[in-house]
Design a protein around this ligand. Structure first.
Ligand SMILES: [Zn+2]
Length: 90
């Protein structure tokens, strides 16, 4: 299956199963944050493997960031990750 970075916010949200695959508990939507220079940022997904730069990971100017959302099982804490433009910070 080809990887696409062109999905737009017009793409309908796929069905996300909110039943935990580990324990069948209920999974809730959430997110994690990245912190830098005293501010918090939503985690993003980038295609490929990270390359080191002067200050940590070097992000190419051509990179297409896709916001990450996570679902957490209320019962066992299992986390599932999704990277979709629909999860962009409001
Ligand atoms: Zn669970």
């Amino acid at each position: 299956m080809a990887t696409t970075q062109t999905d737009s916010s017009n793409t309908p949200m796929p069905h996300i199963d909110t039943t935990c695959p580990k324990c069948s508990g209920t999974m809730l939507e959430g997110y994690t944050i990245d912190k830098g220079y005293g501010a918090f940022f939503q985690e993003i997904w980038l295609a490929g493997r990270p390359r080191s730069g002067w200050f940590g990971v070097s992000v190419p100017s051509t990179a297409v960031p896709i916001p990450v959302s996570r679902y957490r099982c209320e019962n066992c804490g299992y986390l599932e990750f999704y990277a979709r433009k629909e999860f962009k910070m409001k």
